[in-house]
Design a protein around this ligand. Sequence first.
Ligand SMILES: [Zn+2]
Length: 282
Amino acid sequence: MVTIDPIEKGPFFHVMPGTQTFCVATAGCNLRCTYCQNWEISQKTPEETKNFDLPPATAFEQMTKRDCRSVTFTYTEPIVFYEYAVEVAAQARKRQFRAFACSGMYVKKDPLKKMCTTFDGFAGALKGFTEEFYRTVCGGKLAPVLEALVTVKEQKRWLEVVCLIIPTVNDNLDTVKQMCTWIVKSLGKETPVHFARFVPSYKMPDLPRTPIKTLERCREIALECGSQFAYVANLPGHEGNNTCCPGCRKPAIKRLGFKILENNIVRGKCSACQTPIAGLWT
Ligand SMILES: [Zn+2]
């Protein structure tokens, strides 16, 4: 599957704002989240979906034609087509494209380190903050995910963390606070955190959408824990979609959904007070 998306959809809010990215996905995932928002492809095998060949050369031709500045492996899990993703990313960077991955980060350290040599950044999911949650809801383990997120930072790659908040399942605010404390301490206060709204899906059709107040509270908790960039995601038009300058608190980037309304970042700094704002801006 191939689509052209705004880079913001990743979500990548601190990466080349307003540019298009060339998105590639195949069927499959190494987690089994019962709420998966893309289960129609992620929870299938390649034999159960329609596929086509996309040699890297063809991908680059299309990327150039469609005015994309990057390639992003998203919608499903790039770890399951690791070799292809690493190869395309390596070739992309040789041609001055950037390469990104949206991942559940359920991957061992060594293969991830290799991935970091060919990728510019990751939108890494931190789906919950207890082993029980990962075991019972995702069919995985928390510890390797935490190690993977730290590895991306150690390898000096760009990272944005995505936390989908599901009513009654992982919305305990004490746990959210523990998670935010860990993120700031282990990944750095400059690592953006996106609190995404749950929409009923797959094996969780009966839960409500996440209340806006819950997402706002999660964002406040992250900011209280020292995070510089906490966002509300999956909720277009919310002020929590904007980037505030950590220096003067003025809006650095205003967004409406994935659209950029205003960008006051010049050469990586706030145009009002010159505070550097972390990200891959060009
Ligand atoms: Zn400022």
